[in-house]
Design a protein around this ligand. Sequence first.
Ligand code: ADP
Length: 507
Amino acid sequence: MTETYQHYIDGEWVTGKGTDTFTSENPATGERLGEFRRGTPADVDSAVDAADAAYEEWRVLSRIDRAEFLWDVYHELRDRTGELGEIVTRECGKEISEGRADVVEAAHMVEWAAGDARHPKGDVVPSEIAAKDAYMRRKPRGVTGCITPWNFPIAIPYWHMAVALVEGNTVVFKPAEQTPWCAQIIAEMFDDAGIPPGVFNMVQGFGDAGNAIVESDDVATVLFTGSAEVGHSIATDLAGESGKRVACEMGGKNAIVVTDEADLDIAVHAAVMSSFKTTGQRCVSSERLIVHTDVYEEFRDRFVAAASSVAVGDPLDETTFMGPLIEAGHREKVTEYADIAREEGVNVLVDRTELDAEEIPEGHAEGHWAGPFVYEADPDEDLRCTSEEVFGPHVALLEYEGDIERAVEIQNDTAYGLAGAIVSEDYRQINYYRDHAELGLAYGNLPCIGAEVQLPFGGVKKSGNGYPSAREIIEAVTDRTAWTLNNSKDIQMAQGLSADITTEDDA
Ligand code: ADP
């Protein structure tokens, strides 16, 4: 690959105003995948100008006409799932079934948004006045900035953009700097679909480009998915600004509760999936396992056996369970948290943070490898390792005694509130958890990962302020209008308010 990939602004592939470039690398091998232009705030301004100029013509198209462009994208995602899944895996290191699932999830979201274009929209609302028709209608807000992370490099951009576009907004997309190749393919798909110039724009780059979207006066809505640190700084920056809306979807310190009579086959399976799928790098990954004392020993032994043997390796190999971490800096962070846990005096049960040389597949010495790190900790102790999000295969076992109230107390003892699961055969314990766990996404007898686009997705507390599913994104990218029409020749007012205009002579 010799060319340097460009930004996509106003329907053209452009070099942009900056001179810097950056490289995409395969996190499993270090292979260079491509060179990309690094966007500057000035490039973002050009993209916002293009999106702003395209808005008036785009918003007046029918929703169904706008969705036609999305159907083309949908078919391409479906037809190319295998090929694109492999690209996702090569660029972000997720094992290959996850690479394909990323593309399938994107297709589902595009299908949902494009299909929704033909569904009834808004409400017909009753009025006190028989001759009045009252409606709730929605209007697009204008330019939508979409700032996305690397871990779902195809799915999350479409979660943001498909609904925004069908609803009549134009888009400036700033993908994650770790996965520019996937973003390039997204832009090519919109270009292939013939979307009008300026309706979709992409600026490759880093946080400074994302920040320029946030700061632009002409961006009406910011949709952000990423770290709590950046999300909160965006939300705080915009808090005082009227008119701009921001929806943030961030991280978690997610937990699985295993009760005294839980089915331990389900519990171990759910815990392994939740903690180690995507090498623990999902916002919904579990880093805490809260296990009742009656089943603790058996669960611990089985989980430790699984964590010790789970297959870490080449993510393109169908038999691999965990690929590498995304980049060297992140590997350092994951290693540092293992050190912090040790310093905090936890009891380490599995430490595969440094893989043995023979575990690293041939040709993969440059990969950012880290296997499971599992330990026991006291749920009553205030520890960094059990309270801060690591975003890796870093898992604490927390033993509890007593009833479900105690388990839920530990579950809720975190600043976050994204995802969680309970494994239990007792519907009363399940119902208590359902009603009291402070979570946006909660599962019973399942892993705490596994989003579907037709369900809400997002967290409470420090995990998000979001409009995180397809339906809720509609609310983020539109404004409501209460529209009322008089069908009579007289003006009548609600609440018995007099509509007579009296004069001095009437007095
Ligand atoms: P992660 O830890 O998953 O990489 P980040 O929050 O660092 O999450 O990044 C998510 C997205 O936010 C990326 O596209 C990144 O470039 C962008 N980003 C980083 N810093 C900022 C910022 N200050 N303002 C806006 N976007 C940013």
